[in-house]
Write a protein that binds this ligand. Structure first.
Ligand code: DP6
Length: 348
């Protein structure tokens, strides 16, 4: 392990902090918890694939009750990084991704030590909730603490972004904006309102537990091939500003229209990419249409879909019991997980 300092991102990251807490560390282990997040205005496409510098800013909410809990232990006796995911040894691809992420942290700390990483999600795998966001947020926090770095929230968000773009939005709590920036230094997420700002439920409606055939990273690398991308990017600044305003004003009607428009716009880019990506199922479309029609009948609910078939139904407290009962009554709905705004990533 000679080249960790030379890892491409390290020179950039080293500039962000020199704050090594305790150089005589004997306790090289830490555990962190982070929540996944659901994007209201989506991230789909990068200006820089490696640094995850996004084409546009995005807006999200951390999901309370759903967690990734990650323990990292740096150990001088290890000959390679080790990774266990949900109590099983991880596959080679996941291990390589985590190992390459840890290179950033080793570079920052100036320590060539391998780590044992254990990460557990309390939500079902393949539930249509991006475990990479909560996973890399928890890993960034646990690994940096374990190796003795004390990073600010902004620095942690930048670091988590290198693992998975949306992970930068799982570092701050509540309602979060990812400021796209133009370099590694200014692309990070900030909280725009605490969890208690708005009691918005996310009813995560699971239709399919299978893993998607095209992951987000390779899917969004195709965004540039879509003739619809230009229109999406042109519309985004106004939609992002309006959505943020609706969120801060707790204006559900305006919020709902903007969230649904953005989800449709992202899926239009996916479906017109070469090769075309279709993440939704006929049942996904049926639920989206049903939610829109229930809203027209007066229920405060709207729906958004990430890179998979499952539907996130966002609703206000007064609509929750109707929505739960209506969603459960749809044949093919396997499960509905109930979440609401959650807090920031934290050490335990
Ligand atoms: C559709 O952050 O998972 O959920 O940076 O390659 O790990 P990588 O991608 P990821 O992409 C998330 C895409 C999305 C939309 C969103 O959450 O904004």
């Amino acid at each position: 392990m000679t080249d960790v300092i030379g890892y491409p991102c390290c020179s950039i990251l080293i500039s962000m902090t020199e704050k090594i807490l305790n150089p005589e560390l004997n306790q090289m282990s830490a555990t962190a918890i982070a929540h996944p997040n659901i994007a209201f205005i989506k991230y789909w496409g990068n200006r820089d694939e490696m640094l995850h510098l996004p084409l546009n800013g995005s807006l999200s909410m951390c999901l309370y009750g759903l967690t990734s809990t990650t323990t990292v232990r740096f150990d001088p006796s290890l000959k390679a990084d080790e990774l266990r995911l949900d109590s099983l040894p991880a596959d080679e691809i996941s291990l390589a991704r985590v190992s390459s992420f840890l290179n950033n942290i080793r570079g920052l700390a100036g320590k060539n030590l391998y780590a044992q990483v254990e990460s557990v999600n309390n939500f079902p795998a393949g539930a249509g909730i991006a475990s990479s966001a909560s996973g890399f947020a928890a890993l960034a926090l646990a690994a940096s603490a374990a190796i003795g770095l004390s990073l600010s929230e902004q620095e942690l968000s930048r670091l988590a972004r290198l693992g998975s773009g949306s992970a930068c939005r799982s570092i701050p709590g509540g309602f979060v904006a990812w400021l796209p920036g133009s370099t590694d230094l200014d692309s990070y997420a900030v909280s725009i309102a605490p969890p208690e700002h708005w009691q918005l439920f996310d009813l995560v409606t699971i239709l399919d537990r299978g893993h998607k055939s095209t992951g987000s990273a390779s899917g969004m690398a195709l965004a540039h091939t879509s003739p619809r991308l230009g229109q999406r990017l042109a519309e985004l600044p106004a939609r992002l500003a309006a959505c943020k305003q609706a969120l801060l004003a707790c204006d559900f009607e305006a919020f709902a229209e903007l969230v649904e428009a953005d989800s449709q716009s992202m899926h239009a880019v996916m479906q017109t990419s070469t090769p075309a990506l279709k993440y939704t199922l006929p049942l996904t479309e049926l639920i989206l249409a049903s939610v829109t029609s229930w809203r027209k009948q007066g229920y405060a609910a709207c729906a958004t879909v990430d890179a998979g078939p499952n539907v996130h139904v966002l609703c206000l407290p007064e609509a929750k019991s109707f929505m739960l009962q209506a969603l459960h009554a749809i044949p093919g709905v396997l499960e509905v997980l109930v979440s609401q705004p959650g807090g920031p990533a934290r050490l335990v």
